[in-house]
Design a protein. Structure first.
Length: 272
């Protein structure tokens, strides 16, 4: 069995004391691919250091998180662009999107930054990983305009309703990123997923954030993908191995730059 954590921030300071142990626990729990979404220019160096330490397991993205869009957004975006266009190691443009939960001060700047990064993804032929918090309609307005056969990606940490899920899936190239929120009793996400096919899902943690039950209140980590997979298996009455097979294939199909996998032996090809 092979699982993919399509969204984990293992390079953040919350893991500075035991990062290697966290990676090893993920591998021991069959979580073999750890996909790393960038946050801003301050996280590029630690993210790339982790990628260098685990080249067969950790794969970086490049993007500017909407929470980092402030008065310095133009400088940040210029640095992100330079890294993105000079390094073919990045598997996606992410984490990008819009977040209106805490503050709407930079709403217009968030729109500009998101649109620009979507355009870069199309130019480079890369998928996008979207952060959408209290901003579905604003994001839909942009993707409705820019969508086409050359655009694909993930709506990360999906917690929307059925109508929003159908809007996303109508684009044709997008999957829903499902994490620990699925295990929360009052999330209602299990009811939403029961009306959708598992073919539309990928798994994630968003570690160190949003840990699944029974780890709420503590740091999240990539090994907990297995808990999310177990919950998905219960919703669809599938084995956890079947969930792993479906969601891993979805991830591999989305991220073209990930190395191919010989599932029989879990060998990772294409890397030295």
């Amino acid at each position: 069995m092979l699982l993919v954590d399509t969204h984990t921030h293992l390079f953040l300071e919350q893991f500075d004391q035991d990062r290697n142990e966290v990676v090893e626990r993920a591998l021991e729990n069959d979580v073999r691919y750890l996909l790393l979404p960038n946050v801003d220019m301050s996280t590029i160096e630690p993210m790339m250091a982790l990628t260098a330490a685990y080249p067969h397991n950790c794969f970086p993205m490049m993007g500017l998180h909407p929470g980092s869009v402030d008065q310095n957004w133009e400088t940040e975006l210029d640095i992100i662009r330079k890294h993105l266009f000079k390094n073919e190691q990045f598997i996606a443009v992410g984490e990008i999107g819009m977040d209106l939960y805490w503050d709407k001060t930079y709403l217009e700047q968030q729109r500009i930054v998101f649109r620009k990064q979507v355009e870069w993804a199309k130019e480079l032929g890369l998928p996008i990983v979207i952060h959408a918090r209290e901003a579905f309609e604003e994001i839909f307005a942009i993707i409705d305009e820019l969508n086409g056969p050359d655009l694909k990606g993930i709506f990360h940490c999906f917690t929307g309703n059925v109508n929003q899920a159908h809007h996303i899936l109508s684009y044709g190239g997008f999957k829903l990123g499902i994490g620990g929120v699925l295990t929360y009793k009052k999330s209602g996400l299990d009811e939403v997923l029961s009306q959708l096919s598992p073919e539309h899902l990928v798994l994630e943690t968003d570690s160190p954030y949003l840990p699944p039950v029974p780890h709420r209140g503590h740091r999240n980590e990539s090994s907990y993908v297995r808990i999310v997979a177990q919950k998905v298996s219960e919703i669809y009455n599938l084995s956890i191995a079947e969930v792993a097979s479906i969601t891993t294939m979805n991830a591999l199909n989305l991220f073209d730059r990930l190395p191919s996998v010989n599932e029989g032996h879990h060998l990772i090809k294409g890397r030295t």
